[in-house]
Design a protein around this ligand. Structure first.
Ligand SMILES: [Zn+2]
Length: 339
């Protein structure tokens, strides 16, 4: 039972909804990758869905009792909303009880907790139509690999299948308000071109300072960290802003906000970077040893974590080139912001 609960927690933490495929660094890997791999001309395939993990397995049918398995239950709504307020002081100014529910004010507009769905107050009664926004356990160290028994494997397979047939649907209003984005045009208006470690990319203007701080920490470490130096020297592409939406839903990828960054080297060295690709190679992709996954140095990951970014390499459904800005997740997990 404990193991099953753990599986559910891992799933809750780690399932990117219809996740976008990372760019393959080599043609060979691209061929092996199948759907989601970049086209041969190197351009990214369009609209693969969001990069952020999604709480899965929570039925949104009428009469659903709401979240059952997820680690979300470990935190009270007030704690989660307070973490959001602390994480985005320029955008969120209040957390309060309103009309019998917790609510949070973003850019002057109130959003209610609505059983974890974070909805505009006018849509509160519609909560069963949506999946919860994921707030999940994020460990400091690399999490132990999942070792699943027969029953657990079946449960995982069933949930992945269900997820394909009925993709998670999240209300995007809260994050749209947070990032001041209404549509593709307004998203592009919020984006700035930057150079990060000498490579050009586009990110949300609100993250320019955070990324500059990450870069500065990495540069300070380079002289004493040959592994980090080799890794940084191997980097070729940074994919930040990319307008994407989950098919058939209103949920946007964090790349569509310019709040996620794929850090892509010239070669993956035959290693796996992305769970969907790994799944094609092995039915037990989730227990693929870390040495067989493409891994940035932990000093690189930690520099991002200190400035509000989570790394997809710690998700069960791993995406080891993906970083996204979720300071509230880090705060909930006891990470302190950099001074
Ligand atoms: Zn990504």
């Amino acid at each position: 039972m404990l193991r099953l609960l753990l599986l559910h927690a891992l799933l809750a933490a780690g399932l990117p909804a219809r996740a976008q495929a990372p760019e393959a660094a080599t043609a060979a890997l691209a061929e092996a990758a199948g759907p989601g791999a970049p086209a041969q001309d190197g351009r990214r395939e369009e609209a693969r869905g969001p990069a952020s993990p999604v709480v899965h397995g929570i039925p949104r049918q009428a009469g659903s009792p709401g979240p059952r398995y997820t680690e979300r239950e470990a935190w009270e709504p007030e704690r989660i909303l307070s973490a959001l307020r602390d994480a985005y002081p320029g955008r969120i100014d209040r957390v309060a009880r309103r009309s019998g529910d917790w609510a949070i004010r973003v850019g002057g507009e109130w959003y209610c907790w609505a059983n974890g769905r974070l909805l505009p107050e006018s849509e509160r009664e519609e909560w069963e139509r949506y999946d919860p926004v994921p707030f999940y356990r994020y460990p400091r160290e690399l999490p132990p690999l999942a070792r699943l028994g027969g029953e657990e494997k079946e449960a995982l397979e069933a949930r992945l299948k269900q997820r394909e047939e009925d993709p998670p649907l999240r209300h995007s209003g809260f994050f749209d308000a947070l990032w001041r984005i209404r549509d593709r045009v307004s998203s592009w208006e919020r984006v700035k071109t930057i150079y990060f470690l000498g490579i050009k990319t586009e990110i949300h203007r609100d993250l320019m300072e955070d990324l500059a701080a990450v870069e500065e920490e990495i540069q300070a470490l380079l002289p004493g960290d040959p592994q980090l130096s080799r890794y940084v020297g191997s980097l070729r592409t940074l994919d930040g802003y990319n307008w994407r939406r989950i098919d058939g839903t209103s949920s946007l990828s964090f790349h569509a906000y310019g709040a996620a960054l794929d850090v892509i080297p010239a070669y993956y060295g035959g290693k796996q970077v992305y769970w969907r690709w790994a799944m094609k190679a092995s039915p037990e992709w989730y227990s693929l040893p870390y040495e067989n996954r493409f891994m940035p140095p932990m000093s690189f990951v930690q520099a991002f974590e200190r400035h509000g970014f989570v790394w997809g390499g710690k998700w069960l459904t791993f995406d080891t080139i993906h970083f996204e800005y979720r300071p509230e997740v880090l705060l909930l997990n006891g990470f302190l912001p950099a001074p």
